[in-house]
Design a protein around this ligand. Structure first.
Ligand SMILES: [Zn+2]
Length: 455
């Protein structure tokens, strides 16, 4: 019966691809879970080295890729949902496809699916990185998610290692009262960003709900925090990012202290947020028992995930895709783009579909202003292009400098026509806009479909 369910599910995936339905990446998973609701548990129990799950609002895809490079170089044979959905059906589809030939599972999991997926996967290591305000209309308040994560962590067996970001108060507090927690965090004081930006999300104490104090703020509400009311403080991270030096538009030099000694790497990825992602991957590797100096070179060879610092050549221009789904991510992207010498060319997309979050008011929490004086051309597309254009105008950008077009192809063409040959066009899309953009670039023959992408 179990074998039959797997065969039928594989057949459904094949049929879906034949019908041209988006690669069929989750169809087999949907079918398999219908026939065998416990399929994820059954398949993952066959993985000799166990599995790891990674969740966060921002950075889980890139962190999964970074960790994938590390375990590949350690000689582990991995099944992962790298190119697919991060809900249970995507995990089921990945296991169906690759569990037979793998000894280890590596899964990035949607924040809201974390408890269901973790209970089925029974992982050895759970990595939780951050919770930013994101898609509130989909999930409800952050507090609900935090409560669900709390219940999950409390229910995990003692031998499961939990890896937590010490710099995110509500995530760090998930480890309270639990032994064997591995904390990671940023200890490079030169990366402080002054006070809390207005994009900061949860700045009250996770224990007593009084306002927190910060001696260092890094991204959004992440940093060195403490509660003057009850005395709760940021845990001291065992895996500590001592130096994070952004050396270019898509390069960061990092030095990380680990219990096994220092590690260095030159990441081929943009921004401080990727230094955090790499530190999370190093902490996860430590929790999995992989501690070799080679980790630095494994991280360095990791290419950006699609849409997340990826470069695509088009008509003599270079498109640099920087996905953002929320203010914290968008602010990091603005900082990254501002490292480029002016003048710059911008192509932004704003959608409000379910996966983007239907409330686009978050754009008012993004500090787009530093872009305006640097931009030689500004093209805005997407379903809610006019909302974003209005945001720019209110921020002091003259209306006449912005071209608004809702069609993806037209917007791309306009950005290309507005920039000289050899220019880099900085593309800042929301999630579904990035999928549309990618589909258009696949049609033009300059990008591969995401399901054809090498992990
Ligand atoms: Zn407190």
């Amino acid at each position: 019966m179990r074998r039959a369910a797997q065969l039928i599910a594989r057949g459904a995936g094949w049929l879906s691809r034949r019908l041209g339905r988006g690669g069929g990446t989750t169809v087999p998973g949907v079918v398999l879970l219908k026939l065998r609701p416990q399929a994820v548990r059954e398949l993952s129990r066959g993985l000799r080295r166990g599995s790891v799950v990674i969740s966060a609002t921002n950075g889980k895809t890139t962190t999964a890729r970074l960790l994938r490079s590390v375990v590949d170089d350690a000689g582990w044979s991995t099944v992962a949902n790298t190119a697919g959905s991060n809900l249970l059906r995507g995990i089921a589809a990945a296991l169906l496809d690759g569990a037979d030939n793998a000894d280890f599972g590596l899964f990035e999991v949607d924040e809201a699916a974390l408890d269901t997926a973790t209970r089925q996967l029974e992982p050895r290591v759970v990595v939780l990185m951050n919770l930013f305000r994101d898609q509130l209309d989909r999930y409800g308040e952050l507090e609900t998610l935090v409560a669900r994560w709390h219940a999950l962590i409390a229910s995990l067996p003692e031998d499961v290692v939990v890896v937590l970001n010490a710099d995110d108060p509500s995530v760090a507090h998930l480890g309270a009262g639990r032994s064997g927690v591995v904390y990671f965090g940023l200890d490079d004081r030169s990366q402080g960003r002054g006070g809390l930006a207005h994009a900061a999300d949860s700045t009250n104490c996770p224990r007593c709900d009084q306002p927190l104090e910060y001696t260092l703020v890094t991204i959004g509400h992440l940093g060195h925090w403490s509660c003057p009311a009850c005395g709760l403080t940021r845990p001291t991270p065992q895996v500590s990012l001592r130096t994070a030096e952004v050396t270019g538009i898509d390069s960061v030099h990092i030095e990380v202290q680990t219990p096994a000694g220092p590690l260095r790497s030159e990441l081929a990825l943009p921004g401080l947020h990727n230094a955090y992602n790499a530190t999370a991957a190093i902490a996860a590797a430590h929790a999995l028992g992989i501690e070799t100096p080679r980790i630095g070179s494994s991280l360095a060879r990791t290419q950006a995930a699609f849409g997340r610092g990826e470069r695509i050549a088009l008509e003599g221009r270079d498109l640099l895709l920087l996905l953002a789904k929320n203010p914290a991510g968008a602010n990091e992207n603005v900082r990254t783009v501002c490292l480029a010498p002016a003048p710059i060319h911008l192509l932004l997309f704003l959608n409000d579909r379910t996966a983007d979050g239907q409330d686009v008011s978050w754009i008012w929490d993004v500090d787009y202003e530093p872009l305006f004086e640097r931009a030689a051309s500004i093209t805005i597309g997407g379903d809610r292009a006019h909302d974003l254009a209005l945001r720019f105008v209110y921020g002091g950008c003259e209306r006449g400098r912005i071209t608004v077009g809702t069609g993806v192809a037209e917007a791309i063409d306009h950005a290309v026509d507005s920039s000289p040959e050899g220019a880099t066009i900085y593309v800042l899309p929301t999630y579904t806009a990035m999928l549309d953009l990618r589909a258009d670039l696949v049609r033009r023959g300059v990008a591969r479909a995401f399901w054809e992408e090498a992990p």
